[in-house]
Write a protein that binds this ligand. Structure first.
Ligand SMILES: C[S@@+](CC[C@H](N)C(=O)[O-])C[C@H]1O[C@@H](n2cnc3c(N)ncnc32)[C@H](O)[C@@H]1O
Length: 417
């Protein structure tokens, strides 16, 4: 049947149920695929019940299943991207928005993150709980897998300033008021927290893929309304996120003797640059806010030495381990490489000269991002001569401030005797 058939059917049904359904109509001009004006919240709630047993089994085993399995590689690759991009530490708080059957939540809990999954469907949440309950062992020495699940619509999430990261895997296109939804997710994140969105982009008008989505909406009564890439970036910014990036997946094995493959990859890259491409992967951060530059409640840390100066395998160098603890409200993003981007947290040893000026001794990166209340161990390296005198160790918000300027106390290491 033609899309016009569905559209006219929708028009007449909207006319009959105007008040209830008006709020649910999506118009194609606004950067997303138009809905059919149906009760999609109900469609999502009833979804699991409507499935044949084989598909319910998939929900319990996702992303694994006997072949053919069309999603395994995508799920595993995406999971690797999520872990890499977020760079979180042990017990980081992660929100899985629209967690569905909870495969992503389960994997995250197996990494030692503390997971909260929400989904509008009670049945999905039930499956997610069961999956985590079935993890047979601790996920590290003394570390249990931790995940809680709540059946609720995304816009009713009650939390503020709680999560270090929010992940939306294959869900954003189901949410009807995208701006409002993103503002709620923004509120749930700690300052500096990351949102990670990954799903299919809106297909071309009149394409087979568009037809398939319209058919899915008609049959399943769910909302299948993916985003134009540029519109998604716009609305993420409008919701208050910064450092908004659209990322292109390029991780595939390339035959070294086949020159077509790099050219194909460049072609894909250019399509994405032009705002096209079939996948929307968007990563963005909740800003720390201007007040965060001077506000000690956001940035405050404790630094303690772990042991004494040790000899290094590098000649002329001494080492010491320190433990840094995040005593503020903001997430500490890690640096991945030098030069360090503005806003990431590093550890900076220094000496002071006779005039009290800092003589810097080479900063160390955090091994992972550090959530409020969490700690990380960092190896500090200084020249042997420096270790003979007094060395101070402070945390640094790159490009913005030393933590001691915000009221935290640096660790002072004095020479023995
Ligand atoms: C395609 S599934 C993806 C689930 C999961 N992220 C995964 O990768 O398996 C989308 C999920 O979004 C949920 N959902 C749809 N609308 C929602 C809403 N308004 N609030 C919360 N969850 C919603 C659905 O119930 C469904 O489980």
């Amino acid at each position: 049947m033609s899309p016009e058939y569905y559209r006219s059917a929708v028009r007449s049904s909207v006319a009959k149920q105007a008040v209830r359904k008006l709020g649910r109509l999506r118009h194609s001009g606004d950067g997303r695929l138009e809905s059919l004006g149906h009760d999609f919240d109900r469609g999502h709630r009833d979804y699991v019940e409507s499935l044949p047993e084989g598909e319910r089994l998939w929900l319990r085993t996702k992303p694994f299943s006997a072949p053919p399995n069309f999603e395994l590689a995508t799920c595993l690759r995406t999971f690797a991207h999520v872990v890499e991009q977020l760079g979180l530490g042990l017990r980081a708080q992660v929100l899985d928005v629209g967690c569905g059957p909870g495969w992503m939540s389960e994997f995250l809990a197996r990494c030692g993150y503390w997971v909260t999954g929400i989904d509008i469907s009670e049945d999905m949440v039930e499956i997610a709980r069961m999956r985590v309950a079935r993890i047979p062992e601790q996920v590290g020495e003394g570390i249990d897998p931790v995940a809680e699940f709540h059946a609720m619509p995304v816009r009713e999430m009650p939390w503020s300033d709680r999560f270090d990261a929010a992940i939306l895997y294959d869900t954003m296109h189901h949410f009807d008021d995208e701006l409002e939804t993103l503002k709620v997710i923004h509120r749930t994140l700690v300052p500096g927290g990351t949102i990670y969105i990954r799903e299919g982009a809106r297909p071309a008008e009149g394409s087979e893929s568009e037809q398939a989505l319209i058919e899915e909406m008609r049959v399943r009564q769910t909302l299948e309304s993916p985003f134009d890439p540029r519109y998604l970036l716009e609305v993420v910014r409008e919701a208050g996120f910064e450092d908004v990036r659209r990322l292109l997946e390029v991780d595939e094995l390339v035959a070294v003797d086949d020159l077509r493959q790099p050219f194909n990859a460049i072609g894909r890259f250019l399509r994405y640059r032009l705002g096209r491409g079939d996948i929307n992967t968007v990563v963005a951060r909740k800003p720390l806010g201007l007040e965060a530059r001077t506000d000690t409640t956001n940035f405050s840390g404790r630094i303690e030495s772990v042991g004494e100066w040790e000899d290094s395998s590098e000649p002329g160098e001494k080492l010491i381990w320190v433990e840094v603890t995040n005593e503020g409200r903001a997430f500490w993003p890690m640096a991945k490489a030098f030069p360090y981007p503005s806003g990431v947290v590093t550890v900076g040893p220094y000496m002071t000269d006779d005039a009290g000026e800092r003589i810097e001794l080479g900063r160390s990166m955090l091994p992972h991002g550090v959530s409020p209340g969490a700690s990380a161990r960092v190896l500090i390296r200084v020249p042997v001569e420096a270790a003979l005198g007094e060395v101070r160790i402070d945390l640094v918000r790159e490009g913005l401030a030393w933590f001691s300027e915000l009221g935290s106390r640096p660790l002072v290491l004095r020479p023995k005797g």
